[in-house]
Design a binder for this molecule. Structure first.
Ligand SMILES: *[C@@H]1O[C@H](CO)[C@@H](O)[C@H](O)[C@H]1NC(C)=O
Ligand SMILES: *[C@@H]1O[C@H](CO)[C@@H](O)[C@H](O)[C@H]1NC(C)=O
Ligand SMILES: *[C@@H]1O[C@H](CO)[C@@H](O)[C@H](O)[C@H]1NC(C)=O
Length: 358
C-alpha cells in the first residue's frame, strides 16, 4: 500500500516537473527575441506610405478585407503580411505596426516595428520612382527609434532589446521591376544588369554594416521571390503565352546567389553578427507549380479586379471582378501575394532559417 502510494506520488510529481520545465523553456523562448525590426518594401510595409505623399498606397478596400476588423492598414494584401506571421511564430505578437502610424507609440514599437515603404528598394533611384521612403531614410528612422527606446526602457534594457532583436530586411524586387527594367533611360544606361546586381549587393552590404554598427546582431537578409511569376509580369509576357517570365526568375536566382555570398562573407567579417539568408524562392515556386497541394485554385492572375495588372488605386473597392475568396488565389493583386501565401512562406522561412533564433 505504502509502496504504491509512493509510486503515485512520483507519477503525479513527474508531469508537474515536466510542465514546469516546459513553462520555463517557453518563457525563455519568448524572451530570446524581444522585438522584430523590419526594413524594406511593400512585402513588409504595414502602412508607412499612408503618411507620406505617394500614390503607392493600399489603405482602402478591398485591401485588408480579411485583416482583423476588415481594416485596410496599408498592407499590400487582403490580410496579414509575412512579417506579421513571423512575429507571431516567434511568440512576439500577431502584427507588426508601421513606425509612422500615429495610433502607435514607443510602448508598441518596443516589441516590433516596421520602417518599410512600399515601392522602395536598395537603390535611391528606386524609391524616387514613386516618391517613397529610401532605405537610408528607413535607417534614420531606426536611429530615431533607438533614442525613443532608450528614453522609454532605460539605456540598459534598450541596449539589450537592440542587440537581441531580430532584424528583417526585405527588398530588391522593385530595384529590378520598377526601376531597372521600367526606366530605360535610368540605371540601364549606366549599368549592365550584372553591374546593377553588384551595385545593389554593395548597398545591401553597407546597410548590414551600418545596422551592425548600431548594435544589431541577429539579422535576416531576404532573397527575391520568383518575380517573373507575378501576374503583372505574366500579363506582359504576350509572346510567352503568359507563362512566368524566365528571364526575371533567373535574375532572382542569380541575385539571391550574390546575397547568399554576401551573408557568408559578412558573418566572417563582423564580430558577433548572426546574419542569415531567408530565401523564399523555392517555397514560392513550389506553390506556383503545385497550387492544389496548398488548396489554391488560381496562380496566373490575382484576386483583385481583373487580376492582370491592377494594384494600389487600380484595385479599388468598386471593381466588380474582384474574387470573393482570396484563399483560392496565390496572388492578391498583380504584384503581391494573398495573406494565405504570406503565411505559408513565413512559416517556411521560420522553420528553415529563423528557428535558430528561438
Ligand atoms: C502609448 O499609448 C497608450 C495608449 O494608447 C498609453 O497608455 C501609453 O501611456 C503610451 N505610452 C507612451 C510611452 O507614450
Ligand atoms: C542615397 O542617398 C543618400 C542621401 O542623399 C546618400 O547618402 C547615399 O550615399 C546614396 N546612396 C547611393 C548608393 O548613392
Ligand atoms: C548602451 O549602448 C550604447 C551604444 O552602444 C553605449 O554607448 C552605452 O554605454 C550602453 N549603455 C549601457 C548602460 O549599457
Amino acid at each position: 500500500m505504502a509502496c504504491s502510494h509512493t509510486t503515485m506520488m512520483i507519477t503525479i510529481w513527474f508531469p508537474v516537473a515536466q510542465v514546469l520545465i516546459l513553462l520555463l523553456q517557453v518563457s525563455r523562448i519568448e524572451a530570446k527575441v524581444p522585438a522584430l525590426i523590419v526594413f524594406g518594401d511593400s512585402s513588409v510595409d504595414a502602412g508607412n506610405n499612408n503618411y507620406i505623399p505617394t500614390v503607392a498606397r493600399s489603405n482602402f478596400q478591398p485591401y485588408g478585407r480579411d485583416f482583423s476588423g476588415g481594416r485596410a492598414t496599408g498592407r499590400f494584401s487582403n490580410g496579414r503580411i509575412a512579417t506579421d506571421f513571423i512575429a507571431q511564430a516567434l511568440g512576439i505578437k500577431p502584427t507588426i505596426p508601421a513606425y509612422l502610424d500615429p495610433v502607435y507609440n514607443i510602448s508598441d514599437f518596443a516589441t516590433g516595428v516596421t520602417f518599410a515603404s512600399a515601392g522602395s528598394g536598395y537603390d535611391n533611384a528606386t524609391s524616387d520612382v514613386l516618391s517613397v521612403i529610401p532605405l537610408w531614410k528607413e535607417l534614420e528612422y531606426y536611429q530615431d527609434y533607438q533614442k525613443k527606446l532608450r528614453a522609454h526602457l532605460g539605456e540598459k534594457q534598450a541596449n539589450e532589446t537592440i542587440s537581441e532583436a531580430l532584424y528583417i530586411i526585405s527588398a530588391g524586387t522593385n530595384d529590378f521591376l520598377e526601376n531597372y527594367y521600367a526606366m530605360p533611360g535610368g540605371r540601364q544606361s549606366q549599368f549592365t544588369i550584372t553591374q546593377f546586381e553588384d551595385f545593389l549587393t554593395g548597398i545591401a552590404e553597407n546597410f548590414v554594416k551600418k545596422l551592425h554598427g548600431l548594435g544589431a546582431r541577429k539579422i535576416s537578409l531576404g532573397g527575391l521571390p520568383p518575380m517573373g511569376c507575378m501576374p503583372l509580369e505574366r500579363t506582359t509576357n504576350i509572346m510567352g503565352q503568359h507563362l512566368c517570365v524566365e528571364r526575371y526568375n533567373n535574375l532572382a536566382l542569380e541575385f539571391n546567389g550574390k546575397l547568399y555570398n554576401l551573408v557568408v562573407k559578412l558573418n566572417k567579417e563582423l564580430p558577433g553578427i548572426n546574419l542569415v539568408f531567408s530565401n523564399p524562392f523555392y517555397a514560392f515556386m513550389h506553390i506556383i507549380r503545385r497550387p492544389a497541394l496548398y488548396g489554391f485554385e488560381v496562380t496566373e492572375v490575382a484576386c483583385c479586379a481583373t487580376g492582370m495588372f491592377e494594384m494600389g488605386y487600380a484595385c479599388g473597392r468598386t471593381n466588380p471582378f474582384t474574387c470573393p475568396n482570396a484563399d483560392k488565389y496565390v496572388f492578391w493583386d498583380a504584384f503581391h501575394p494573398t495573406q494565405k501565401t504570406n503565411k505559408i512562406i513565413a512559416d517556411y522561412v521560420v522553420k528553415k532559417v529563423l528557428f535558430k533564433f528561438l
